[in-house]
Design a protein around this ligand. Structure first.
Ligand SMILES: NC(=O)c1ccc[n+]([C@@H]2O[C@H](COP(=O)([O-])OP(=O)(O)OC[C@H]3O[C@@H](n4cnc5c(N)ncnc54)[C@H](O)[C@@H]3O)[C@@H](O)[C@H]2O)c1
Length: 344
C-alpha cells in the first residue's frame, strides 16, 4: 500500500514509519518538526528504514498532496492535555479543524482508508466501570474535546469508497528515539534512574490504562491490513484488559525495576481522570492484533536503554522530551508564532 503518515517525527511516528516500510508499504511521512531537537538514542535494527519525507504543517496539506495514496495514518496533533490547556484556540485549529480538513482532502483525493489516532481520554471521568467503545464520551479537556469532535465529524465522511478507523489509544509508554518523558511510565522511569526517587503527590488510586508504543504501531499496521468490513467507520479501544493499572501500581512496577529507588505516596486523590477500559473489541475484530508488552517489561526496556546511553538528569529534563516545555521554548524564542507556524 502507499501510505501517507502525518506526525512521522513524533514519539509514535518515528517508530511507526520504519515498521510500515519493513512490512512492505511505500510510506511518505510529513511533520512540521516541533520536537526535532530531541533524539534520545539510535538503533540500527528498528530504525533501519526511513520513509520519504515532506516537511509541512498539517494545516497546509492539500488534496493534491494526497493523490495516489491508498491510506492516511494521522498522528500530527498537539498531543496531550497540558498542551491543549495551554492554548485551546490553537489546539482546536490544529487538532480539530486541521484533522477534519485532512480527512476531507483525503476523501476527495480518493484515499480509501483514514486511520485516526484518538485517545481513551475521550471517556474523561469514569466511574471505575469498564468503558467500551459504546460508552458515552465525557471529554474534560480541550485535547479530549477535539478528539471527540474529529471522531464525530470524520465519521460523517464515511462512504463505500472512504473508510475511517478510529483508534482510541490508552496512555502510551516505552522507548522511542523521539522520546516523551511527559507520559506517566516514562516519566517515573526517568525519575527512578536519574534521582532514585519517586515522590507521588497523589495516593495513586486513579485507574490509568496503558499501552506500549510498539503495540499502538501494531494496531495501526493491523488496521491498514484488515478487510474493509472489519474496520469501516469503526472505533477501537487500543490496549489490553490486563493493562488497566492504578497509578500506584505503575509507580511500584517502576520502583521495583530500578534498584535503590525510594517510592513515597501522597494522600490526596490528585488527578481526577480515572477510567478503566474494555479492550475486547480490538482483540476480536482486528485480525492479528495482540499486545506484546506490559508495564513491567516496559520499565525494563527503559532501564536497559538509559543504562546503554548513560542518560543523566540533563538528558532526562531536556526540553524536547517534554512536549509543553519544547513548545514553550519555541514560542519564547520567537521561533513559532501565536498560531504555532514557524516564523522563519
Ligand atoms: N502518546 C500517547 O500516549 C497517545 C495516546 C493516545 C493518543 N495519542 C495520539 O497519537 C498521536 C501521536 O502522538 P505522539 O505521542 O507521537 O505525539 P508527539 O507529540 O510525539 O508527535 C506528534 C507529531 O506531530 C507533529 N505536529 C504537531 N502539530 C503539527 C502540525 N500542525 N503540522 C505538522 N506536524 C505537526 C509534531 O511535530 C510531532 O512530531 C497524537 O494525535 C496523539 O494525540 C497519543
Amino acid at each position: 500500500m502507499k501510505v501517507f503518515v502525518t506526525g512521522v517525527e513524533g514519539y509514535i511516528g518515528s517508530l511507526l514509519a520504519p515498521l510500515l516500510v519493513q512490512h512492505g508499504h511505500e510510506v511518505v511521512g510529513t511533520d512540521t518538526g516541533y520536537y526535532r531537537d530531541g533524539w534520545l538514542y539510535s538503533d540500527s535494527k528498528t530504525l533501519s528504514c526511513f520513509p520519504k519525507f515532506l516537511n509541512r504543517d498539517l494545516r497546509s496539506i492539500t488534496q493534491a498532496d494526497l493523490e495516489g495514496f491508498d491510506a492516511v495514518v494521522h498522528l500530527a496533533e498537539l498531543s496531550n492535555d497540558p498542551l491543549g490547556a495551554n492554548n485551546p484556540a490553537v489546539t482546536h485549529e490544529i487538532n480539530h479543524h486541521g484533522s477534519v480538513n485532512l480527512a476531507t482532502n483525503a476523501k476527495r483525493a480518493g484515499v480509501a482508508r483514514f486511520i485516526y489516532t484518538s485517545s481513551c481520554s475521550v471517556y474523561g471521568l469514569g466511574s471505575g466501570d469498564f468503558l467500551t467503545e459504546d460508552s458515552p464520551v465525557n471529554p474534560q479537556t480541550a485535547y479530549a474535546e477535539c478528539k471527540t469532535l474529529v471522531e464525530r465529524n470524520v465519521k460523517q465522511l464515511a462512504n463505500d469508497r472512504f473508510s475511517p478507523v478510529f483508534l482510541r489509544n490508552a496512555t502510551a509508554y516505552g522507548a522511542s528515539p523521539r522520546m516523551r518523558f511527559d507520559i506517566v511510565l516514562n516519566n517515573l522511569s526517568g525519575l527512578a534512574w536519574t534521582t532514585k526517587k519517586i515522590t507521588m503527590t497523589s495516593d495513586g488510586t486513579p485507574w490509568r490504562p496503558l499501552v506500549h508504543v510498539q503495540d499502538i504501531c501494531t494496531a495501526i499496521r493491523c488496521a491498514l491490513d484488515a478487510p474493509q468490513g472489519n474496520i469501516h467507520n469503526q472505533t477501537f479501544n487500543v490496549g489490553d484488559n490486563k493493562a488497566n493499572y492504578r497509578v500506584r501500581e505503575i509507580a511500584e512496577f517502576v520502583a521495583a525495576e530500578f534498584p535503590g529507588c525510594e517510592l513515597t505516596m501522597g494522600s490526596s486523590a490528585g488527578d481526577n481522570r480515572s477510567y478503566r477500559v474494555n479492550f475486547d473489541k480490538i482483540h476480536s475484530q482486528l485480525p492479528g492484533f495482540k499486545c506484546e508488552w506490559d508495564a513491567k517489561k516496559g520499565a525494563k526496556e527503559l532501564h536497559d536503554i538509559f543504562s546503554r546511553i548513560g542518560m543523566d538528569l540533563t538528558g532526562f529534563e531536556f526540553r524536547a522530551f517534554t512536549r509543553l516545555k519544547q513548545l514553550g521554548h519555541l514560542i519564547s524564542t520567537n521561533q513559532i508564532d501565536d498560531h504555532f507556524y514557524w516564523r522563519y
